[in-house]
Structure formats: C-alpha cells, structure tokens
Design a protein around this ligand. Structure first.
Ligand code: HPA
Length: 234
C-alpha cells in the first residue's frame, strides 16, 4: 500500500492504462479486461487489474491535471514497478486540420510548468513519448476510422485559461491540441526508466468551438482503450 493506492504489492500490472476519470477506468476494465479485480479505491480513485489477450493490465485513474497524475504515476512507478504507462484521454484541438473525434498520439508535450519544474529550474526539458509505443499505437489506430495525428501537444496547468496568448503561440508553432496531463507523465516515465505515451481523442475544438456529444465520447474512449492495449501488446 502507498499513501494514495490501496493495492497490495503485486496487485498492479507492469502495464497501466490511465484515463483521467476513475469511472472510465471501471468501465474500461469491465468492458475490455478478463477477470478485472478492483485494486484501489482510496479517495474514490479507482484501479482495476485483469488480463487482455492473456497479458496482465491495470487500468487506473489519474485524476485531472498534472498535480493529480503525478501522485498516482509516482506511486505506480516507484512502489509498484509499473514499466509502461499509457494515458487515454481527451483534448481540445488547436489546428484546423484536426477534427472532432480524431486521435492524437502525443510525440512531445510543451508546458508552462509541471510538478517537476522545481527540479529542472532553468532547464527546458523536452518531454517526449516512447517511440516504440508511439509506432505501435500508430499501427493500431490506423484502421479505426478516425483521423490520426502524431505531433506536439500542450499540457496546460489550467482548464479555465486566463492567458489566451499562450494558446495563440502554441497554435502558431504547430501544436495539435491541449490537455492537462501528458508532459508530467512523460517526465516521470523518463525518470524511472519506463515507457509512456498519451493517446488522446479530440473532444472539443478551440478554433471552431465545437464539442463532441456524450455518446461519441463513449465510443471514441472505447477506440482509445483498444489502441492503447494493442500498442502495449502488439
Ligand atoms: N483544455 C484543457 N484540457 C482539455 C481541453 C481543453 O480545452 N479539452 C480536453 N481537455
């Protein structure tokens, strides 16, 4: 047990899928895993371990934002020996070429700050995805019907952004979308010698102000779980 995860040693698989929402973790575990067992419910943050095509997998919520994700990812990596962390989540598109429901594989994640900024100080560390996972996810995503984009994203510290000028700079520099977790995930995986990737679907569009209806969110979430599982176990 750790401070925020009630699982026993060995209860967590080396491969962990991380949706933001704990209820999404429950839904995905029940829908995709064989014999899912709840391994964490501390503070309502749910984690489940089961198997997928014979491979052990944990699906554990991250919560929203890098501060929350950092707590769970640190404990999963340091204390439970997780080796592969794949975020599955939503993002807001920042380019007209990116459409609602498209899948984005985040090659890099730009930030203003992360929970790790304190250790990097003046250094501009470049958080990046694991290339093998990225390649496998691209292969898995190809054929799911949605548009696929591989490139840079922006991991913001805030949802209600009072600095629209930052979004403008991201858009000018080709950043595909904004979300709130990937950069710290990539940094922590690098620090612990693990692999990480963020697989995102576009739930809203910053330029057109469109948003996905609830039922489309569910089906695109389902696609992301499949892409993540196929990427982890190609
Ligand atoms: N901003 C930040 N995070 C997000 C957004 C957004 O517009 N959409 C989905 N996650």
């Amino acid at each position: 047990m750790t401070v925020h995860i009630g699982a026993n040693p060995g209860d967590i698989a080396e491969t962990v899928l991380m949706p933001g929402d704990p209820l999404r973790a429950k839904w995905a575990a029940e829908r995709f895993l064989e014999n899912p067992v709840c391994v964490n419910e501390v503070r309502g943050m749910l984690g489940f371990t089961g198997t997928w095509r014979g491979n052990r997998v944990t699906i554990h919520g991250s919560g929203m934002g890098m501060a929350s994700l950092s707590i769970y990812a640190n404990e999963l990596l340091r204390d439970y020996g997780a080796k592969t962390l794949i975020r599955i989540g939503s993002c807001g598109a920042m380019q007209t070429s990116v459409k609602l429901r498209d899948v984005i594989l985040a090659m890099t994640a730009t930030t203003l700050s992360t929970p790790s900024s304190g250790i990097f100080r003046e250094l501009n560390y470049a958080p990046c995805a694991d290339y093998g996972l990225l390649q496998a996810a691209y292969k898995a995503a190809d054929g799911k019907g949605a548009g696929i984009h591989v490139g840079g994203i922006y991991s913001s510290d805030v949802f209600y952004d009072e600095r629209p000028d930052l979004n403008e700079q991201m858009m000018r520099h080709g950043v595909l979308a904004v979300e709130m977790e990937a950069a710290e995930l990539y940094i922590l995986a690098a620090r612990h010698g693990a692999r990480a990737l963020a697989v995102l679907t576009v739930s809203d569009h910053l330029l057109t102000e469109e948003a996905l209806p609830a039922e489309d969110r569910q089906s695109s979430f389902s696609d992301m779980v499949e892409i993540a599982l196929e990427a982890a176990f190609p």
